[in-house]
Design a protein around this ligand. Structure first.
Ligand code: HEM
Length: 270
């Protein structure tokens, strides 16, 4: 269930809910350091960034993750290579919550350089309606987050890539035209991002974590219920959510997959 948030109605919303500390990070990746170190060596500006003032917050994150010594590495990066999740340190500066350091090895169409130093408002500017609908509430959540409380949200989208590291959308989307309807089960993926936030009690910042789960469309065929839950979510996605995620680019392929497996389209939901 956790990798199919559409079954819980998760759509374009803040959707933050409390979780137990025991369920903070989901684990399950044998060697995240191997994956992240290659990117850190080859694409440093895409996957890593820090401001000078962020070191105390970074050290608090490393302690929280249980990384005792960072060696020569920046502490947030040392912490990040110990876990599957990407780690984003958000600290208040000049009255705004800003990204002060981040390790971003599984980006969904953005880069570390894009967001370093930016405020929540700057970052979410491109998301339709975000600043009008969510920004004030989000800043309040960041201001009020009490130590020990961990909040989680999930979002989902559809992509034609099995790669975790996708900083740019253009090269991915350029390959959509190559996909034939019969290949959709292997060529399209649901991309779920599980995100958490928690306060850093000593330095006062917020740690934002991102974990990406990719599942080929073929897995939707595991049961008729699973397929129809996805079909419902896909077909009823709010228009601004669908537009923002580029769903129109996949519409024909997804519809042909759904129809080929018995999910005929009906406008009235009957
Ligand atoms: C708990 C706090 C946050 C919430 C509730 C939130 C919410 C959202 C929502 C609703 C979207 C639209 C897509 C989706 O449904 O996910 C979005 C997009 C995005 N968020 Fe956040 N966000 C949060 C924190 C952050 C932080 C700290 C970063 C910094 C890395 C970030 C980076 C982004 C980016 C890069 C996008 C895509 C924007 C674009 O296409 O240019 N978010 N966020």
């Amino acid at each position: 269930m956790s990798h199919r948030p559409w079954e819980e109605g998760a759509d374009f919303a803040i959707g933050l809910a409390p979780i137990d500390e025991a369920r903070w990070l989901e684990g399950g990746e044998a060697d995240p350091a191997a994956r992240k170190d290659t990117l850190y060596a080859q694409h440093r500006d895409l996957v890593w960034g820090e401001t000078a003032a962020s070191r105390p917050g970074q050290m608090e994150v490393a302690a929280l993750i249980g990384v005792a010594s960072a060696g020569d590495l920046p502490p947030l990066y040392a912490a990040s290579r110990a876990v599957a999740d990407d780690l984003v340190l958000v600290e208040k500066a000049g009255g705004h919550w800003r990204v002060s350091a981040l390790s971003l090895s599984a980006p969904t169409f953005f880069t570390a350089a894009d967001v370093l130093g930016k405020s929540l408002a700057d970052i979410h500017g491109p998301v339709n309606g975000f600043n009008d609908r969510f920004l004030v509430r989000l800043a309040r959540i960041f201001d009020g987050l009490r130590p020990g409380l961990i909040l989680q949200r999930r979002n989902w989208s559809v992509v034609n890539s099995d790669q975790f590291f996708t900083p740019f959308s253009a090269p991915v989307r350029a390959r959509i035209a190559e996909i034939s309807p019969g290949d959709v089960g292997q060529a399209l993926f649901t991309r779920v991002e599980r995100q958490t936030v928690r306060r850093l009690p000593d330095t006062g910042g917020v740690l934002f974590t991102i974990r990406v789960w990719l599942t080929p469309f073929a897995a939707l065929l595991e049961s008729p219920e699973r397929l129809s839950a996805f079909a419902r979510a896909w077909r009823s996605a709010a228009p601004d959510f669908a537009a923002y995620k580029g769903f129109h680019l996949y519409a024909e392929l997804v519809e042909s997959f759904l129809r080929a497996h018995g999910e005929s389209h009906s406008v009235n939901g009957a």
